[in-house]
Design a protein around this ligand. Structure first.
Ligand SMILES: Cc1cc2nc3c(=O)[nH]c(=O)nc-3n(C[C@H](O)[C@H](O)[C@H](O)COP(=O)(O)O)c2cc1C
Length: 394
């Protein structure tokens, strides 16, 4: 059989600490630690523990050329070769290893920059409850963060210089009013009040809809949208968790930006399951899960990386694209009198499983949401100038 190393591989020497009762009783710290090598490969679900013998084998193989497994088995032993094939760190051409080979090939087809792929894989969460974790560590309020970390770097970097030029303040107009009314909403109306379908449609049209189709070359179409996008490639897809919209059944949807249509996706969990998914998606932040609509921003990475192949800036561009879409979503919601949010504290793996995504092919970078604001503020919002809460009770 022929084998090669998987496409992207990084080794990490990690210190593992464990409780050591005997050591504690003997007057020690009660913590013993050992060093362990871990292999990170973005097409795998988790890092794999490896030993020095594994590293020697993996270091002897390139990721491109196929080589016979016979001398490898003779030199490193069949068990080791077998174990690394099973782990997905070695890729085999044999029938038994088809699944691992296809996963590795799929990653290759995306043209990820290696460091970006590793960062993306390592920063994905599954089943994390950020609210509970923050409460446990006292990081859920400003005073707690201040106490734990001391004072932060100042809000403004002063570079006061002779020759400083004071700038005129503008008079302000309707656009300033819109900008000033933008605020992260953590209080959605959870009564039976539904978001009108027209409001949902307007939001999607403005934020994600194609305003024009531009033929760039043969079989290469660009879309014009309201937000900028690196290379005009607009790789970010909008996956929706619709909770309370009149005339749209609660469920999962994918938005088609050209047809301006919602395509339902399989969902067997009912409304209760949908509520649970929304909560998991935003890592336990109920105040965001309550939104009438949640929008998962998930780039099809290969659409950007098709042009910016193995490029050190390409992943950064995908993240920046998502940020632009978020601000357009905020302003569009504000203009309609709706509340909106964005969060990066998300359980990517759970979201991928719900929508049938594959992380390194089309993975969530953030979750936004929008809906009707509540009449009363329960969870705090940053509205010092009372642009949102002037007519509502805070
Ligand atoms: C990328 C990004 C991630 C955020 N993640 C969270 C989050 O996980 N939870 C949350 O309550 N707010 C989150 N926020 C909202 C910020 O806390 C909020 O923007 C900030 O407090 C300023 O308030 P404002 O948006 O009302 O001006 C996030 C904002 C951004 C831009």
């Amino acid at each position: 059989m022929l084998v090669r190393r998987c496409h992207i591989l990084r080794l990490e020497p990690r210190e593992l600490a464990s409780f050591d009762l005997a050591g504690l009783l003997a007057g020690g710290t009660g913590v013993s630690s050992r060093m362990q090598w871990f292999a990170h490969a973005p097409h795998l679900d988790a890092a794999v523990e490896v030993d020095v013998g594994d590293i020697e084998l993996l270091g002897s193989l390139g990721p491109h050329d196929w080589t016979s497994a016979v001398p490898l088995r003779a030199r490193h032993g069949s068990t080791r070769v077998q174990r690394l094939l099973r782990a997905g760190l070695l890729v085999g051409r044999g029938k038994a290893w088809t699944q691992g080979r296809l996963a590795d090939e799929r990653l290759r087809e995306q043209h990820w920059h290696a460091s970006a792929a590793l960062l993306h894989a390592d920063s994905r969460w599954q089943g994390v409850d950020a609210v509970r974790e923050n409460a446990a560590t006292g990081l859920d309020h400003a005073a707690g963060v201040r106490e734990r970390f001391g004072a932060p770097p100042p809000a403004v970097r002063e570079r006061r210089q002779q020759g400083r030029i004071g700038l005129p303040r503008s008079r302000g107009g309707s656009f300033d009013e819109l900008l000033d009314a933008r605020s992260t909403c953590r209080n959605f109306d959870t009564s039976r009040r539904m978001l009108p379908r027209a409001a949902l449609a307007k939001m999607l049209e403005r934020v994600f809809g194609a305003r024009a189709r531009v033929p760039a070359a043969a079989e290469f179409e660009l879309l014009k949208k309201t937000s900028p996008s690196g290379g005009a490639l607009h790789p970010t897809d909008a996956y929706l968790i619709v909770r309370r919209v009149r005339g749209v059944a609660p469920g999962l949807y994918h938005y088609d930006p050209v047809a301006h249509a919602l395509d339902p996706m399989p969902w067997a969990g009912g409304e209760a399951g949908l509520a649970a998914l929304a909560r998991t998606a935003v890592a336990g932040q109920d105040y965001f899960a309550d939104a009438h609509v949640l929008v998962v921003l998930a780039p099809r990475f290969a659409r950007n990386f098709w042009k910016y192949r193995d490029h050190a800036k390409a992943y950064r561009v995908c993240i920046l694209d998502a940020g632009h879409l978020s601000q357009t979503l905020f302003l569009s919601a504000t203009e309609q009198g709706l509340g909106a949010f964005i969060t990066a504290a998300i359980n990517e793996v759970d979201i991928e499983q719900a929508f049938g995504l594959t992380g390194y092919v089309d993975g969530p970078l953030a979750v936004c949401g929008f809906g009707i604001r509540a009449g009363t503020m329960i969870t705090s919002e940053l509205d010092p100038n009372r642009k949102v809460w002037r007519t509502r009770s805070a």
